[in-house]
Each structure stands twice: as structure tokens, then as C-alpha cells.
Design a protein around this ligand. Structure first.
Ligand code: NDP
Length: 295
């Protein structure tokens, strides 16, 4: 038997549609429109693509969507001033500063300056702390999307053996905290983990966020495991190709023969990230208006 494919693209489209419906209902009932401000500093091509998609999807959901495109030479103080203006803007409920920032700007200082209640990326230390304590908080979009796909596939995660490979602040650590909050038994692996193949074979759930193409082979997986591949890696172009193929951190072909369910790359976790950003922004807007849970 081969794995079920977890269709993140379809799930994300459904989530975006639900956000758009709730946004319309909120606007009709209260005249309130969720506002998302995205700040991009510099000309990093990948960041430009991500920011363009965020702007487009926010508009499509019916949001007030603003993008501040600043030149690469912008000073840290100027960026902090912009963040302060956005913090004070009553029409803006979510602020996202696209990372990475150019060299010379202290990323931590900028993230710390964002009002935690408008921090729709969930990277502010206050929100990291809230997540660790099990308190309500905006949760980083990519791991939140992974959790949604896991619940959609497995239902209740209570008591499942979950392995997260990778311990970054953006994906691995918040993923582990979310799985813990969902009552899974969680192991976090990283570059110093011994005998990763053995650790992997015990897991009912494997979330891979390493950044190495095809890192996890099917031979490491427990038969029937549910595998979430967060990795986005571009291979060098094959002869005749303009651009190389996008692949994940899991060796798809061998994993497909062993796993119970598996996210493809592209079309798995990737589309969930922006859909969760929209949902986080709507939630931040509802909380700001004292309407949490009402729509
Ligand atoms: P980081 O580089 O920040 O973290 C990678 C993690 O992998 C580190 O914790 C590192 O361990 C671990 N690692 C590296 N080598 C090994 C190894 N040999 N064995 C076990 N663990 C190892 O990456 P991110 O978390 O930011 O991203 C991971 C991947 O996910 C990337 O491909 C990225 O493009 C993708 N991504 C996709 C997103 C989406 O929207 N779908 C969003 C964000 C990321 P150590 O800490 O010990 O160094």
C-alpha cells in the first residue's frame, strides 16, 4: 500500500475561503475590516515573491492590506519608527516584518518592537512565552499549518509518538510545543541527535524541517507513519530546465511506499503558511475589537 497524499493546497484554499466568509460577516455586522501591514526591507528575490503573495491573498480575503517596501539601506531606527507607527494605527491589526532583514539591522530588536497583540507571525518573545505556557497567542504560521494538516489526517493526536526533526525558532520549536499541547508524546531531533534513523522508526508522526533535500528516506519510517515535510529546497536545474525542481526534506518516492500519509512538496505545507497568516490576522482583529470567538 502507498501513502495517502495530504492535500495542503486544497486544505489551505478551504481555510482562506472560511477566513473570507468570516471577514465579510464581521464587516457587515460591525463595519470592521482586518488590516495587515507587511514590511519588506531590501530586494531579496524570494522575499519579494512571498510578500507579493501575502499582499494578494490578504486582498482576496477582503482585508485592508498595506505593504511597505523599504530600500536595502534603510536604517534600523527608520524601521523601528515605522513599526511604532503601525503599532499605533487602529486600522492595522497584524504586522509582519519579512525576514531575513539586511545585514546591519538587529532582527531581534525589530521583532521585540512589534506590539505582541499585532504579531501575526508569532515570533515576539512574549508570544513564544505564551505558547510555551499554553496561553492563547498568535502561533507561527508554518507549524500551525502543519498541526492543522495532522489533525485533519489523524483526528485526535493524544498519546501519539511525534518526532520533530529541526529545532529552529520559526518551525521546529513551536511545532514541538503545539504537538505537546495536543497531547502527543514529543521528541525533538537536531544535528546532534544520535541514531536519528532509530528515533524516527518509533514515531507515528514525523515533522521534518531541516532544509536538506531528501534527508529522510522511507527506510527510516515506521510503516503507516504520518509524515509532514516542511522543507522547501530548490535543486540545481537539470539539463534543459530553466529552474531546478522544488523538493522537500523527505525522499518522496521511498517515503511514499512506507508512510500512511505524506505531504507533497510543493502543494503540502507551503500553501498553509499564508492561509494561517490570514487566520492569525483575523483573530488579532477580533481580539482587538473584543469579538474573539464571535465570528
Ligand atoms: P533552520 O536552518 O533554521 O533549521 C534547520 C534545523 O535542522 C536545525 O535545527 C538543525 O539542527 C537541523 N538539522 C540540520 N542538519 C541536521 C541533521 N543532519 N540531522 C538532524 N537535524 C539537522 O531551518 P528552518 O527551520 O527555518 O527551515 C527548515 C526547512 O523548512 C527549510 O527547507 C525551509 O526552506 C523550510 N521552510 C518552509 C516553510 C513553509 O512555508 N513551508 C516556512 C519555513 C521554512 P541544529 O539546530 O542542531 O543546527
Amino acid at each position: 500500500m502507498t501513502a495517502q497524499l495530504i492535500d495542503g493546497k486544497a486544505f489551505a484554499a478551504g481555510l482562506r475561503a472560511r477566513v473570507a466568509q468570516r471577514t465579510a460577516a464581521l464587516r457587515d455586522a460591525h463595519g470592521v475590516v482586518p488590516g495587515l501591514a507587511v514590511v519588506l526591507v531590501g530586494e531579496d528575490p524570494a522575499s519579494q515573491v512571498y510578500v507579493g503573495s501575502k499582499e494578494r491573498e490578504a486582498r482576496a480575503a477582503g482585508f485592508h492590506s498595506v505593504v511597505h517596501r523599504l530600500p536595502a539601506g534603510t536604517s534600523e531606527e527608520a524601521l523601528l519608527d515605522l513599526v511604532a507607527t503601525l503599532n499605533a494605527d487602529p486600522l492595522i491589526h497584524g504586522i509582519l516584518v519579512q525576514l531575513p532583514l539586511p545585514a546591519g539591522i538587529d532582527e531581534n530588536r525589530v521583532l521585540l518592537a512589534i506590539d505582541p497583540d499585532k504579531d501575526v507571525d508569532g515570533f515576539h518573545p512574549v508570544n513564544v512565552g505564551r505558547l510555551a505556557l499554553g496561553q492563547p497567542a498568535p502561533v507561527p504560521c508554518t507549524p500551525r499549518g502543519c498541526l492543522m494538516l495532522l489533525k485533519e489526517t489523524l483526528g485526535d493526536l493524544t498519546g501519539r509518538e511525534a518526532l520533530v526533526i529541526g529545532r529552529s525558532a520559526i518551525v521546529g520549536k513551536p511545532m514541538a510545543l503545539l504537538l505537546l499541547a495536543a497531547n502527543a508524546t514529543v521528541t525533538i531531533a537536531h544535528s546532534r541527535t544520535r541514531d536519528l534513523a532509530e528515533v524516527c522508526r518509533r514515531a507515528d508522526i514525523v515533522v521534518v524541517a531541516v532544509g536538506r533535500p531528501g534527508f529522510v528516506p522511507g527506510a527510516w519510517l515506521k510503516p503507516g507513519a504520518v509524515v509532514i515535510d516542511v522543507g522547501i529546497n530548490r535543486l540545481p536545474p537539470a539539463p534543459g530546465e530553466a529552474k531546478g525542481r522544488l523538493v522537500g526534506d523527505v525522499d518522496f518516492d521511498s517515503a511514499f511506499q512506507v508512510a500512511g500519509a505524506l505531504t507533497p512538496v510543493p502543494g503540502g505545507v507551503g500553501p498553509m503558511t499564508i492561509a494561517c497568516l490570514l487566520d492569525n490576522t483575523l483573530e488579532a482583529c477580533l481580539a482587538a475589537k473584543g469579538l474573539a470567538g464571535a465570528f
